[in-house]
Design a protein around this ligand. Structure first.
Ligand SMILES: Cc1ncc(COP(=O)(O)O)c(C=O)c1O
Length: 396
């Protein structure tokens, strides 16, 4: 349906490649290419610095993207949106910024579903401060077990960091309930929306989270750009963590004072062309009927699950709610399978998906992951299944 809006898909098809790795990064709509072409061919300028007309125009367009992102995720204020280089950088910013609020014996609640980006910064913080990581249990279907979770919140819980949608299992997590529990216990909540923002309508106020993080490149936007949402007063309690141009109010030889959020977290020249490109992607997404997109993705997910379940020896991991499925095959190594799929033009992810603790929890060495974008089509999955059958005929 929306396939033709993504020029790279025709180029990939011409090379015989079927792209089923959109959870790693998404293909880009023509609107993004046009925005980049326009900006880069009609005059670049730095933002927030110079007073001439061209710089003002680029700064206005850059700041308009902050408004668009705020509206896209339901933030109360535009200055609750911080542009970072990636989701990963946003988690690191938080883990450094929150350091002074975490003390020895404090507990940080995480789930075993977390991507390393939403695990390692907290692991390092816990090690620096003598805090403890506490793990929320998950059910066989790959959902955080709320009954068990509620018992794990204690007066020592200082922070909850959870994914909205697992990048390995495709399971949607009860983040609203968890964030509410965190608030009731005086703990801060951080939601990893890197996958969730792509496949569900996000309203950070309805989610009741303190911080929400995602990467533009998975949301049909450019790479090199992440977004950190934080409640206004909380962001302003965090110290800056990178220092340099444009994040300051006043600098003397020996000291400096800093801007309020978000600019205090945007030291140096930001990724200007990426921000302008994201603005175009969001404008494109606004033209779509998002419930039609969700229905389309749900049909494809069902086709994917059914097809996998029909094949002997194939076992899905968890029970996906959205847009991606990981699976293992009895007696077949995921790397061998990925190679045979690649030889037939099928681009899927294989390995541990930056989630080693989850793999250990599930007791598997790795898996194969098929993930969909709004541009994916039933024919893509048909080609995948043909290739899978060919591969399994050789490997099983
Ligand atoms: C759930 C989740 N969180 C965080 C990340 C990290 O995103 P990035 O590599 O863009 O910083 C990813 C990327 O795969 C992800 O899937």
């Amino acid at each position: 349906m929306w396939h033709n809006d993504f020029p790279a898909l025709a180029a990939l098809a011409a090379r015989g490649i079927t792209y089923l790795d959109s959870a790693a990064t998404a293909q880009k709509p023509a609107a993004l290419l046009l925005a980049l072409q326009t900006y880069l061919s009609q005059g670049a300028a730095n933002v927030h610095r110079a007073g001439y007309r061209l710089a003002d125009e680029v700064t206005s367009a850059f700041e308009a993207c902050r408004d668009d992102v705020a509206a896209f995720i339901g933030a109360a204020q535009r200055d609750e949106i911080v542009f970072t280089r990636s989701a990963t950088e946003a988690f690191n910013l938080l883990a450094y910024g929150l350091e002074a609020q975490i003390n020895a014996g404090d507990e940080l609640l995480l789930s075993p579903l977390e991507h390393h980006a939403n695990l390692l910064p907290w692991q390092q913080l816990a090690a620096r401060r003598g805090a403890k990581l506490v793990w929320l249990p998950i059910s066989a279907s790959g959902h955080i077990d709320m009954a068990a979770a509620s018992a794990l919140f204690t007066p020592r819980t200082k922070l909850l960091a959870v994914t909205q949608l697992s990048n390995v299992l495709g399971t949607l997590q009860p983040v609203r309930e968890l964030c509410t529990l965190a608030a009731q216990h005086g703990a801060l909540s951080v939601v990893d929306g890197a996958q969730g923002v792509v496949h569900s309508s996000v309203d950070v106020r309805a989610l009741d989270c303190d911080f929400y993080v995602f990467s533009a490149h998975k949301l049909y936007g450019p790479d090199g750009l992440g977004v950190l949402y934080g409640r206004h007063h909380l962001l302003n309690q965090l110290p800056p963590w990178q220092f340099g141009g444009e994040m300051v109010l006043q600098v003397s030889r020996d000291s400096a004072s800093f801007q309020a959020a978000p600019l205090r977290f945007e030291a140096g020249t930001p990724p200007i062309s990426a921000v302008l490109a994201l603005r175009a992607s969001l404008a494109y997404l606004r033209t779509l009927d998002r419930s039609a997109v969700a229905a389309h993705e749900a049909l494809l997910l069902q086709q994917l699950k059914t097809g996998l379940d029909q094949r002997a020896g194939v076992r899905r991991l968890g029970d996906s709610d959205a847009a991606l499925v990981s699976f293992v095959v009895d007696g077949v190594h995921h790397a061998d399978l990925a190679q045979l799929l690649d030889e037939q033009g099928i681009a899927v992810r294989s390995g541990q998906h930056c989630a080693h603790p989850l793999m250990a929890t599930l007791g598997v060495a790795g898996s194969t992951r098929v993930s969909l974008g709004l541009y994916s089509q039933a024919a893509d999955l048909e080609r995948f299944f043909t290739a899978l059958d060919n591969a399994l005929a050789l490997l099983q």
